[in-house]
Ligand binder design. Structure first.
Ligand code: CA
Ligand code: CA
Length: 213
C-alpha cells in the first residue's frame, strides 16, 4: 500500500469515528432531554393528584364543619401524607393568611453589617453604610413580620412594604379579599418543588400556583 493510500485510509477511519462519536453524543443528549421531560411530566402529574386530594378533603371538611380549625387541618395533613407517604417525605405544609399590616423587612444578615461586611457594596466611598442594606450577593436577609409580632430590634433595618402572607397562627382574623393559602414545600435529596394552593378557592381565583422545580 502506498503512502498516499495509507493516508486516505487513515483519514477515512478518523472521519467515520468522528461521525459515530457525533451521532452517539447527539443521541445521548436527546435521550437525556426526553428523560428530563418525562420526569417533569411525572412530577407535575403527582402534584396535580396531590392538589386534587387536598381540594377534596378541604371541601368535605368545609361542608361538615363550619370552620376548618387547626385540629381539622392537622387531620387533613395526616390523611394526605398517608395517601402519598413516599412522595411527601421531607415535605412541609403551612397554612397562611394575608396580613395587610405584616412588615417585609430587610436585615443585615449573619455578618451584622449592611451588604457584605468590610466591602463598599454601593461604591459610594463608605464601607458598610446603611444604603448597602440588601446588596446583591450579600448575606442580607428579607424577612416577614406578622403585625401581631414585635418588630425586629436588629439595626440597621428597613421595612420595604406592608402586607404579606404569614402563618395562620400569627394572624387570627381572615382577610376579606385575599383567601387563605397553603404553602407546600418539598426538599428531597435530589429534587425540590413547591406550590401555593389558595383556599377557599371560590373566594378568590381558582388557580393553583405551581412551581415545580
Ligand atoms: Ca450583611
Ligand atoms: Ca458604601
Amino acid at each position: 500500500m502506498t503512502n498516499e493510500k495509507r493516508r486516505t485510509t487513515l483519514f477515512t477511519i478518523v472521519a467515520i469515528c468522528a461521525l459515530m462519536f457525533a451521532v452517539t453524543y447527539r443521541t445521548s443528549g436527546l435521550y437525556q432531554a426526553h428523560a428530563i421531560a418525562a420526569d417533569s411530566r411525572a412530577l407535575q402529574t403527582r402534584i396535580s393528584t396531590l392538589q386534587a386530594d387536598l381540594r377534596d378533603r378541604l371541601t368535605v371538611a368545609a361542608r361538615d364543619e363550619s370552620e376548618i380549625d387547626q385540629v381539622a387541618w392537622d387531620r387533613i395533613q395526616r390523611e394526605i401524607i398517608a395517601l402519598h407517604p413516599q412522595f411527601l417525605a421531607n415535605t412541609q405544609f403551612q397554612w397562611q393568611r394575608f396580613d395587610p399590616a405584616a412588615r417585609v423587612r430587610l436585615l443585615p444578615g449573619a455578618d451584622g453589617q449592611p451588604g457584605t461586611i468590610d466591602f463598599d457594596d454601593n461604591a459610594n466611598g463608605v464601607i458598610d453604610d446603611p444604603g448597602e442594606l440588601g446588596a446583591t450577593y450579600s448575606d442580607d436577609q428579607c424577612i416577614i413580620e406578622a403585625s401581631e409580632s414585635a418588630p425586629s430590634e436588629i439595626k440597621p433595618s428597613v421595612v420595604l412594604q406592608l402586607g404579606a402572607y404569614v402563618p395562620v397562627s400569627q394572624m387570627t382574623s381572615k382577610h376579606r379579599e385575599h383567601p387563605d393559602r397553603l404553602l407546600v414545600q418539598h426538599q428531597g435529596g435530589e429534587d425540590a418543588w413547591s406550590f401555593v394552593f389558595e383556599w377557599p378557592a371560590e373566594r378568590g381565583s381558582r388557580r393553583d400556583k405551581d412551581s415545580a422545580q
